[in-house]
Design a protein around this ligand. Structure first.
Ligand SMILES: [Zn+2]
Length: 410
């Protein structure tokens, strides 16, 4: 793609019975088939998995977190290495987020002004400011194919006045981000508006009026529940231009993805397959299972007989369970590989189903099987689990920052 056109989006097919689209993104570092799931590479790595393995699974784009890469190793060092692609040896497209979600999640250590947000580093306690201009400058140094506008992700629940204030700030920051963008990178604006239909509509119309390459729906997957999440999509999509790619940020479970694809979403990212994999939760064609469960002790067969991934072709559920019970690091590698492979195959089948005009049938068949959980499996909802783990992660980081501060003062 040339500097004038850092993104070209082709729609190859639309599903006649739903709002689903099958498309193709043409970006500076290659082509991405949509609907697409983007694994999250927070610190320049998709945890436990090598870049070569991602390619092997068929992934064409990954996500990097601006907030984390800004703090460590810093945009200067990444620029010196020739950009994020070169630094981490990933030759295909990358999307970087704006850091908005992270700075607004660290609630007690921020100061929000008209200009930006002041926050403390969880690494060493130092103070930093993110403004739209600063965030665009950092994302330019990282060199991703797609960059995101700096936005305020309002918490849930959120009263109407605050939701409006956060939305209006997001709109002003979107204009400033757009003005400060590197024209060689594709730029996405972010729709906010919390759980208020009129604010979602207003935000969708405003963001759609800007000269962006794509549009994201933000402020979802923050604890509002599945129903309100899908409502947010339904309140937003009718106002979005059909010719631009649509990205639902931070979503989701296989069920969420199927529902959102049917409502016209093209791009997804989520930490679920990687994070749950590390904690021993594996996606299978018959639902998500906890490999630590005693019923796997003697399952000398793959965890998912329908999966042909490297893990399932070579290792039994009994062995995986043993690795988890002993806290062996191979457990995290195998489970993450399997879960990411499960998501990659799901997206591939979704794309095929759209092309063949049978997305609804595919969804019904997939879910009938996926929801046939074995009766002894007691499952928390994936969302609650993610939130709890997010909270734990933040607590850990906060206490680490506190320890570091105490050490530096001592
Ligand atoms: Zn597998």
């Amino acid at each position: 793609m040339s500097a004038e056109h850092p993104l070209k989006f082709e729609i190859l097919a639309t599903d006649s019975s739903t709002g689903a689209r099958r498309g193709r993104l043409h970006l500076a570092h290659g082509t991405v088939e949509t609907p697409v799931f983007m694994p999250v590479g927070t610190q320049g790595t998709v945890k436990a998995i090598s870049q070569e393995e991602l390619v092997e699974m068929g992934y064409q784009i990954i996500l990097g977190n601006t907030y984390h890469l800004y703090l460590r190793p810093g945009p200067e060092l990444i620029a010196e290495a020739g950009g994020l692609h070169s630094f981490i040896n990933w030759r295909q497209p990358i999307l970087t987020d704006s850091g908005g979600f992270q700075v607004f999640s660290l609630e007690h250590i921020r100061k929000i002004g008209q200009d930006g947000v002041v926050f403390r580093s969880y690494v060493d306690g130092s103070y930093h400011e993110f403004t739209p201009e600063k965030v665009m400058q950092v994302q330019s140094a990282l060199g991703a194919d797609i960059v995101m506008a700096f936005d305020e992700c309002a918490p849930y629940p959120c009263d109407r006045d605050y939701a409006r204030e956060a939305m209006e700030r997001t709109h002003r920051w979107a204009e400033r981000s757009l003005a400060a963008r590197n024209p060689g990178q594709a730029f996405f604006g972010i729709v906010q508006g919390s759980t208020y239909p009129d604010l979602r509509a207003e935000s969708a119309q405003f963001i759609s009026s800007l000269d962006t390459d794509g549009i994201a729906i933000g402020g979802v997957s923050v604890g509002e529940g599945k129903e309100l999440m899908m409502k947010a999509v339904e309140w937003t999509v009718p106002y979005l231009p059909t010719e631009k790619p649509r990205y639902l940020m931070g979503v989701g479970t296989p069920e969420d993805i199927l529902e959102a694809v049917a409502r016209g979403i093209d791009m997804f990212d989520c930490v679920l397959p990687t994070r749950l994999g590390r904690s021993g939760s594996l996606y299978t064609s018959r639902g998500r299972v906890n490999i630590k469960n005693a019923r796997f002790t003697r399952q000398f067969a793959p965890v998912d007989p329908d999966c042909d991934c490297w893990c399932c072709r070579n290792y039994t559920a009994a062995y995986l369970r043993h690795l988890y019970m002993c806290d062996e690091i191979l457990a995290a590698r195998l489970a993450t590989y399997h879960n990411l492979y499960f998501y990659a195959r799901l997206m591939e089948r979704i794309r095929e189903a759209i092309t063949e005009q049978r997305l609804t049938d595919f969804t019904v068949e997939f879910l009938a099987r996926y929801r046939s959980h074995l009766p002894e499996e007691v499952e928390l909802s994936a969302e609650n689990e993610t939130r709890r783990e997010n909270d734990n992660e933040l607590r850990r980081k906060r206490s680490y920052a506190g320890t570091r501060k105490a050490q530096s003062q001592g």
